[in-house]
Design a protein around this ligand. Sequence first.
Ligand code: M6R
Length: 344
Amino acid sequence: MVIQLHTHNNCIKQLSLGNFKHYMLKEIYETPFAIRKTYENICDVDFLKIFKHIKDITFIGCGTAYNSCLIGNELFKELGYNTVCELASNYQVSKEISKNHLHIIVSQSGETADCLKAAEKIKQLKGKLLIITNESKSTLTKFADYIILSKANKEMAVASTKTYCCQVFIFAYIYKVLSNKNYKLNIIDFSNKIENYIKNLNIQDIVEQINSLDKIILIGKDIDYLTLVEASLKIREIDYIFTLPIYSGELKHGTLSLIDNKSIVLALNSSNNAEKLKTAINEIESRGGKVLAFERFLQNLEVDSCYLPIYSIIPFQMISYYVAIERNLNPDMPRNLAKSVTVE
Ligand code: M6R
């Protein structure tokens, strides 16, 4: 099967599916290679220079790209920058932008209208703009002071999978470089590790348990919560199941009323510290709800914690793919959605 894709400059590209039935699954499997290519593209960039006088950072994106910004925002906050993360559709530029302020817009396509509008506003005020995109010739790049290309290659499925992982990788890698200027990554080991991880994932039992549900709550803390924002978008987008990511400590402030003996809650605790979600899990189980723990996928992984969100999201991407298959849905083309949203 070959899908025809109209790119922004109206040429038609065709990419072969190879042995895969759908692009979404193929693209999840392409993640390690995409990360390797991305690394090769950014390993010589002088990030210390780009960030030298920067004090404030605003991250901007839509959908999945916004969700990767949430991770960047969290990591860069740890480095001491004043950070804020904005939805491009809600971006309101201040009256002036200081020289020490870097705006980072993330967009797979580089054609998302809300991002273009935000970029235009930033450049009108002569703000510094870093663009992270998959498309080197996209409209968004024309506004850029700096461009970082995620080398995820063409993403055909509407759902962003390998691109999200590359975007998170870029943020985590820059975070490491800014923390230690002599930082070196062994990219071959790194990508092999992710490849083995994907090959050995067994998510079948979870797919069976959730595929007939009509709502799913996802709970986590800290950076895990941010991963769940993306995980829940993926399940909503591909499986048409209503999903709600909740910061675990917030359950008792309202959402607990949704829990009954039919509820299934997905819990992510990448720190492997059982105490972290204990209260929330007790709250759910004592109301008859069932908790499916995702840390089982992350056991015995020796990776820097800043890269963990890449590992954490992949089981959710896989699950959303296989639930779509169980439901007889086309995971590559979810209803009502387009790959690139070129209207505001
Ligand atoms: O091309 P962009 O990254 O700017 O697109 C932004 C969103 O429309 C996009 O990430 C969307 O949320 C994904 N299809 C979700 O999988």
